[in-house]
Unconditional design. Structure first.
Length: 294
């Protein structure tokens, strides 16, 4: 495999030797390059600031490349910039100076401190010691957010042209204490398809069935139905499908130290098996165009 974006320090595309399956994998929150300048702006130590990171998710899913699909991996941390948001979900209270009128100041995510430029990491912990300038915030969007999405769009479009369909798997992790609403159960994996609007229900059901068969406690859409990426790129009527996968972090890392658990390789191996089986399912069923016809 090779990196398409070798000169871009912010993200990288890992390409298979041959693109043989109609999938694109994306890991937007596993970036762990915390620059000195960013850390100087933060009030947090090097471990605390990583609490909202989808730690090592890129490594869990990187075998998708050897299976024949490209994978886009963010190197910038989620605490610095969240590409799973609209481009301008910004909290004016974080900035010195006037933000443009097109900024979405009133989204639920902005109110919760988790906009395009987050105000907090997990557990409501403030990131910054001082406010940022408006220009700095907008520069991050121009220099990192927009190129990242341009790259992702290119990969999806290329896949769609080559195969007549494209399936985006957006890869994430979730805290180990997450429970299904109204239930004491802690899921191992949550599959999000925006309640059936971002992907074929048959595809989502197949993904869920495969994961369950592999031994994971799997639920759909609760408490995570998918973010901006899933919603924005999923167009099932055009045979463009987007599914978000959230893996319970406690399965593979110590959530206090963020060190890999001994089970890490086992989980990565099971996810490789999942990706392989799902790809086989899609290849076997795509001839009748069943996904697009739903």
């Amino acid at each position: 495999m090779r990196g398409l974006s070798e000169e871009n320090i912010d993200f990288e595309v890992f390409e298979p030797a041959a693109h043989t399956i109609p999938f694109v994998f994306n890991s937007p929150h596993s970036g762990r390059r915390y620059s000195r300048d960013f850390m100087a702006q933060s009030r947090l130590d090097g471990l605390t600031i990583r609490k909202s990171e989808d730690v090592y998710v890129d490594e869990l899913f990187i075998s998708s490349v050897s299976l024949g699909a490209p994978m886009l991996v963010a190197h910038f941390p989620r605490a610095f910039l969240d590409v799973n948001r609209e481009p301008y979900e910004l909290d004016p209270r974080m900035f010195i100076g006037e933000l443009p009128s097109h900024v979405n100041r009133n989204s639920v995510r902005v109110a919760g401190g988790l906009g395009t430029i987050p105000r907090i990491v997990a557990e409501n912990t403030e990131i910054y010691s001082t406010r940022l300038t408006a220009d700095e915030g907008l520069d991050r969007i121009e220099a990192v957010y927009k190129p990242y999405h341009a790259c992702l769009r290119k990969l999806i479009a290329r896949t769609h042209v080559c195969f007549g369909q494209a399936i985006l798997i957006d890869c994430h992790s979730m805290p180990g204490n997450i429970r299904i609403p109204g239930s004491p159960e802690k899921p191992d994996i949550v599959i999000g398809d925006r309640y059936g609007t971002s992907a074929s229900s048959r595809l989502t059901r197949a993904a869920s069935d495969i994961l369950t068969d592999l031994g994971f406690a799997t639920v759909r859409n609760k408490p995570y139905a998918g973010g901006f990426i899933t919603e924005h790129y999923g167009r099932p009527a055009r045979n463009l499908h987007a599914i978000q996968i959230e893996v319970n972090r406690s399965l593979y890392v110590d959530e206090t130290t963020l060190e890999r658990r001994p089970e890490f390789l086992l989980i990565a191996g099971l996810l490789r098996e999942f990706m392989m089986r799902l790809a086989d399912y899609v290849v076997e069923t795509s001839g009748d165009m069943a996904f697009a016809a739903e």
